[in-house]
Design a binder for this molecule. Structure first.
Ligand SMILES: *Cc1c(COP(=O)(O)O)cnc(C)c1O
Length: 371
């Protein structure tokens, strides 16, 4: 008898389309034999961690023979003081994706369903599928979440609603007023998970301050991350905030050492350095101007730019654009996996990186005579 693991495997797995991450620089170097690449594919922070953070982190490396603090005492206390939440309203994760997995695993079972908007961050579907939880996707309106349609899609099976605000990859966001009236209409037996991975980058005055809503909506759960504005994507650390009883239940299924020691230390240091966050936001605002103006000059359409990325429409085969840019040392993210065949997501980089990306785009557009 031949060994066929697909006959042994949990059938749920056979339906999963694996997540396609941004192409790593080292992989591009191996495959293309070129040294210089600019990665604008994963919404990472274009600035390196501060020299002070690196120096302080190195002093804690000798602790690596010990398990990390399972409870993440220092970081949770720092977050508690910074966010003005009690420590028992916070849970740490190996990236916010780990927090999302925990909240789904803890609160979804049997035939309960999760509602997500069309064009939602791809990880939600993959996490749910892996846990055997049904997902219902609600059509978007001009790429943004259709709140009315989401409300209408609620049934007795709905156990959770997950959306990112702002959404990746479309850049659309739900404003303060709209979010409030949405939350008011959702029954309290449905958990509302608001993924705020780009929170720090949101300078828009009508962007909601959801932490203030936690006291009023016990069914609201928020995730944030150190991967984006805090520039620690490689360490994997994020957190969730919600009702203390929700957090306590999630802790039952949290892996005891889900966040590593270096990540806890680095995140605590990064949180204390708010001047640097301001600097990152400022750099991002300038880059946003530069990139959107440059794209407009190239006659390219793009979706609303909120956060640290912009999704651009280029009416050429997705693979072709990706490869042509790659040949010029620019790594961006094709959005065909989101059903957005004509779109690419570009992370806002430093002014030099943005300029190089615009230059490379101009070159391929001229060559293909699209412009
Ligand atoms: C980048 C991103 C995250 C962050 O994931 P981590 O696991 O914290 O690195 C979460 N949600 C969305 C929508 C993102 O774009």
């Amino acid at each position: 008898m031949t060994f066929d693991p697909t006959k042994l495997v949990n059938p749920l797995l056979l339906k999963i389309k694996p997540y396609q991450p941004g192409k790593p620089i080292a992989e591009c170097q191996r495959e293309l034999g070129r040294q210089e690449f600019i990665k604008l594919a994963s919404n990472e922070n274009p600035l390196l961690p501060s020299p002070l953070l690196i120096k302080q982190l190195i002093t804690t490396i000798s602790d690596l023979s010990l398990y990390p603090d399972s409870n993440g005492f220092e970081l949770k206390n720092a977050l508690s003081a910074f966010l003005k939440l009690s420590v028992d309203q916070i849970i740490l994760g190996n990236g916010s994706e780990d927090v999302l997995r925990m909240v789904i695993q803890a609160f979804m079972w049997a035939d309960k369903q999760i509602l997500i908007p069309e064009f939602a961050f791809a990880a939600y579907k993959i996490l749910a599928q892996g846990l055997g939880v049904a997902i219902k996707e609600v059509p978007a309106q001009q790429f943004g979440m259709d709140l009315e349609a989401m409300l209408k899609a609620i049934t007795s099976k709905t156990g959770m609603i997950i959306f990112a605000n702002p959404n990746n990859p479309t850049g659309t966001y739900v404003d303060k007023q709209a979010l409030l009236s949405f939350l008011e209409k959702i029954p309290s037996n449905i958990l509302v998970v608001c993924d705020e991975a780009y929170y720090e980058y949101m300078t828009e005055h009508d962007y909601p301050q959801t932490i203030n809503l936690l006291a009023r909506f016990a069914n609201l759960f928020i995730t944030r991350t150190f991967s984006k504005a805090y520039g620690l994507a490689g360490l994997r650390i994020g957190y969730g905030m919600g009702n203390a009883s929700v957090i306590a239940l999630m802790n039952r299924i949290r892996q005891p050492f889900n966040t590593n020691h270096l990540a806890q230390v680095a995140a605590t240091l990064a949180l204390a350095d708010q001047a640097r966050i301001k600097q990152c936001i400022q750099l991002n605002e300038c880059g946003k101007q530069q990139l959107t103006q440059g794209l407009a000059q190239l006659n390219l359409s793009f979706l609303p730019c909120h956060g640290n990325f912009v999704s651009v429409e280029i009416k050429m085969p997705n693979v072709k654009v990706f490869e042509a840019l790659l040949a010029q040392g620019i790594i961006i993210r094709p959005l065909a996996p989101y059903g957005m065949e004509d779109y690419f997501r570009i992370t806002i980089g430093t002014s030099q990186q943005n300029a190089a990306c615009l230059q490379a785009l101009e070159t391929i557009l001229k060559k293909e005579k699209v412009v």
